[in-house]
Design a protein around this ligand. Structure first.
Ligand SMILES: [Zn+2]
Length: 229
């Protein structure tokens, strides 16, 4: 029902002026013009959007300021309609870079209890819109969250890795048939990278190639030694 609710809200938003969820002023689009400009100031320069490594990370913006606020607003204040513009910006940047061949996009799942509580998984919504704009194939059931984990932000780096060990299993689609092309994981944010690394490790252990992870925002103030493994 919640999902139907946001579809309706999206539709009515096309014909009615809505309220910008970040500043409460009227807006013709998901964000008002001022907030949209502020959000674009968080966009990373093209050369900084790719972060190489064993799990390359592609990020649209820096996880700070208005962008951090917008993602919190999407996840914790029941604004699933914000996934679409954020994923659109991510896809636009993705398409402007030289790209690998065909990839299968897999959203990073949240545990079913969290999904029930929130009403949606923001990574699912972002992946749907990202695939719509990028024309990459989407596999919603590529991964499953196998256990509820403690909220990551309450833990130290070492505790995060432990908390996430075995947190994922290949989803029903990949258990039935592994993807023909490498996987591009998709999530809202990348902070220490523990979640993305755990998801990638699970797929790789099952012989599934993982190209990297694409996110709306990544933190720029991590400790480099957390990112090497
Ligand atoms: Zn605004």
């Amino acid at each position: 029902m919640r999902r139907l609710g946001w579809h309706l809200r999206e539709l009515t938003g096309l014909v009615l002026k809505t309220c910008c969820p970040l500043c409460q002023r009227s807006a013709n689009q998901a964000f008002c013009l001022d907030c949209s400009r502020r959000l674009h100031r968080c966009q990373l320069a093209p050369a900084a959007q790719w972060q190489p490594g064993t799990l390359p990370v592609f990020a649209w913006g820096s996880y700070s300021g208005s962008l951090k606020r917008a993602i919190a607003c999407l996840k914790y204040e029941n604004n699933p309609q914000l996934a679409r513009p954020l994923a659109h910006w991510l896809a636009q940047s993705w398409l402007s870079h030289s790209r690998p061949g065909r990839l299968t996009v897999v959203p990073i799942p949240i545990h079913v209890s969290k999904r029930k509580q929130r009403g949606f998984n923001q990574a699912d919504l972002l992946a749907e819109s990202f695939c719509e704009f990028s024309r990459l194939p989407l596999e919603r059931q590529g991964l499953e969250r196998s256990q509820a984990t403690t909220a990551q932000f309450t833990l130290s780096a070492a505790e995060r890795e432990q908390n996430l060990a075995n947190a994922f299993t290949p989803g029903p689609a990949f258990r039935k048939k592994p993807p023909a092309s490498p996987v591009l994981l998709l999530d809202d944010i990348y902070t220490t990278g523990a979640t993305a690394r755990s998801a990638a490790q699970t797929l790789r252990q099952h012989g599934i190639r993982v190209y990297g992870v694409a996110v709306v925002a990544r933190t720029m103030s991590y400790l480099p030694n957390l990112e090497r493994s």
